[in-house]
Write a protein that binds this ligand. Structure first.
Ligand SMILES: Nc1nc2c(ncn2[C@@H]2O[C@H](COP(=O)(O)OP(=O)(O)O)[C@@H](O)[C@H]2O)c(=O)[nH]1
Ligand SMILES: [Mg+2]
Ligand SMILES: [Zn+2]
Length: 311
């Protein structure tokens, strides 16, 4: 039979664009049986692995099966999981891009991006771009250090001086990657230098074009032109995912370096703030945990406690 495996790269319902394993792009609609299932629970999304077969009549294809997902990039609406909207399925990793200078890095902002990744069970890589602008010796290492200690891969790059670009190209190859970070840090420059000719919508443009009609502009997967079967997730929604829906008492899980201590505190529901005999704060006092990362935790904890109350 002529059933072909592929990946959904574009569409918001109705007709989907499926890229088959041999690289052909075919329009496809959900088979009637799957449409019923979709109404019942999961909605098809960009990034889903599917199989398609040709329609009996006409040029189109139909999607006859949907594979299990290993991850979802979802925007949770205030009020919990009910309003969850899947921006992309099967995202392998997120690159959080920060610049060493111009704009100045804010570690607390880096922590916020990483928490969003952890809360969505997404593997995060930190990219420190514009290393050519570092002034003090050791400044880049000092920035990288707490994240390397927490277990994150950290990549030092410069578009201007061609530093770390081959390494980063290797990180993208064969994987589905979403890229995020503040504006002006060099995300577009990096991607265009790594893979000239990529047809990415820039986040800045989609953010303004999209105002007030988030449901009409969907995500896209952009195939990498290196034949590696890697994709970039082009989504207008990534920066708005935020921490909505994350309960305050799960925040500690979003700091990977805290995990060895969780469960070691005197109180089982310890939030590592003012509670006595807290294993996280003991590790902090012993210099094993990084002070700035802990301060980020306390700041984000305060925000989540507030939004827990609003709900
Ligand atoms: N010095 C230096 N400037 C860079 C580097 N990468 C990007 N830029 C500059 O930073 C500015 C913002 O880059 P852009 O790619 O638009 O950032 P985006 O908003 O994150 O997409 C541009 O003027 C780039 O030329 C780099 O590695 N070193
Ligand atoms: Mg840009
Ligand atoms: Zn504790």
């Amino acid at each position: 039979m002529s059933v072909r495996p592929g990946i959904v790269i574009e569409g918001t319902g109705g007709i989907w664009q499926v890229r088959t394993r041999d690289g052909e792009l075919v329009p496809a609609a959900l088979a009637g049986r799957l449409k019923q299932e979709e109404r019942d629970h999961v909605k098809l999304a960009v990034g889903d692995h599917v199989t398609v077969e040709p329609e009996e009549r006409g040029q189109g294809f139909r999607i006859v099966s949907i594979g299990a997902r290993h991850s979802v990039l979802a925007r949770r609406e205030p009020g919990g999981r009910r309003g969850e909207r899947v921006l992309a399925a099967n995202v392998d990793q997120v690159l959080v891009v920060i610049s060493v200078a111009n704009p100045e890095p804010h570690p607390r902002m880096i922590d916020r991006f990483l928490v969003v990744c952890e809360a969505n069970d997404l593997v995060a890589h930190l990219v420190l771009n514009k290393v050519d602008l570092a002034t003090a010796p050791g400044a880049v290492d000092a920035l990288a250090h707490p994240y390397e200690r927490a277990g994150y891969p950290v990549h030092r790059t410069s578009v201007k001086q061609d530093v770390g670009l081959d390494e980063l190209r290797g990180v993208l190859a064969g994987r589905v990657t979403a890229v995020t970070g503040p504006s002006g840090v060099g995300k577009s420059s990096l991607l265009n230098t790594l893979h000239p000719g990529l047809a990415l919508r820039t986040q800045e443009i989609s953010a303004s074009v999209n105002k007030g009609r988030h449901t009409t502009v969907g995500s896209k997967l952009v195939p990498l032109p290196d034949g590696s079967d890697g994709y970039l997730v082009d989504t207008p929604g990534l920066r708005e995912i935020g921490m909505w829906g994350l309960p305050a008492d799960s925040l500690d899980q979003c700091f990977p370096e805290f995990r060895p201590y969780l469960g070691e505190c005197r109180f089982q529901d310890c939030q590592h703030d003012v509670e006595p005999e807290c294993a996280v704060r003991a590790a902090l006092a012993a210099g094993v945990l990084h002070r700035g990362r802990y301060e980020s935790y306390i700041k984000l904890l305060g925000e989540l406690r507030l939004s827990d109350k609003v709900r």
